[in-house]
Design a protein around this ligand. Structure first.
Ligand code: FPP
Length: 251
């Protein structure tokens, strides 16, 4: 997929691609502070980085990208910062929706939409509806998302359905999570140097590979995308099995 007409650097060949990449876009604040800018400036720079990164993963052929843009815990930040992030989300949709639409990108949302300002809810719903028929790449925006809250909601749904204890299986829970219909992430990237998953896709990421980089999110460019995918292609995924069961010599 090429979203923009501008050619970027040559695409390295990646032998084993992840089908689903999830990203914790961390470090906007530190990126800004290190330049004497405000945290809001950092989020603006972070928002500018969304499109080129989505485009690069698309060029590689990654089918699903889930981006952690706002966690349920982020409401605790200063009001001005929260409002700036909410405004930015709306602006990204206003500005880039037609680009994604034309590039065959299906936009989805995971998380609690109801708590968001009505205007933003409307924009997100409209973006999801307008791109629902696209199938080249799915971009999931995790906005007001929390992994544990997602599991709690799934369990509540099971209880409300009156299922028996025997019917509470991994499949039954997965089918009630907001990621239903999507493959589990194969690769989870966190920018900004921290080594934790911060309540992101806690169920779905049970067997994914992790890639941590010290690059702040606004600096996570094409070369960083390529490096993460190349590192993934060298990993040996065993899913708790022994090497011969997963068809590899690596131990
Ligand atoms: C983490 O950096 C980033 C966020 C909490 C917000 C993510 C927002 C964007 C990537 C830009 C906006 C995009 C949309 C779709 C609204 P941080 O603030 O925790 O940085 P720090 O760890 O350096 O303080």
């Amino acid at each position: 997929m090429v979203v923009t007409a501008v050619a970027t650097s040559p695409l390295p060949r990646v032998h084993t691609l992840p089908e689903h990449v999830a990203i914790i876009m961390d470090g906007n604040g530190r990126w800004a502070q290190s330049r004497g800018l405000s945290r809001q400036d950092g989020h603006r720079a972070g928002a500018e980085n969304l499109r080129p990164v989505i485009e690069r993963f698309g060029e590689h052929g990654v089918r699903v990208l889930t981006l952690f843009a706002f966690s349920t815990e982020n409401w605790g930040r200063p009001r001005a910062e929260v409002e700036a992030i909410l405004r930015l989300a709306g602006r990204v949709i206003d500005r880039d929706l037609h680009v994604f639409e034309d590039a065959g990108v299906r936009l989805c949302h995971i998380g609690d939409l109801e708590q968001l300002p009505k205007v933003l809810q409307k924009k997100i719903r409209m973006a999801v509806e307008r791109t629902a028929g696209n199938d080249r790449m799915t971009v999931n925006l995790a906005f007001n998302y929390g992994g544990r809250a997602d599991i709690v909601a799934a369990v509540r749904q099971l209880v409300a359905e009156g299922v028996t204890p025997e019917a509470v299986t991994e499949e039954a829970i997965a089918a009630r999570l907001c990621t239903v219909g999507l493959p589990d992430p194969d690769l989870l990237i966190r920018t900004g140097g921290e080594h934790r998953i911060s309540n992101f896709l806690v169920w779905q990421a049970a067997y994914c590979e992790y890639h941590f980089t010290t690059a702040y999110w606004p600096d996570f460019g094409v070369a960083e995308v390529d490096a993460a995918l190349l590192e993934y292609s060298r990993r040996c995924r065993r899913f708790g099995l022994v090497p011969e069961d997963v068809g590899t010599d690596a131990v």
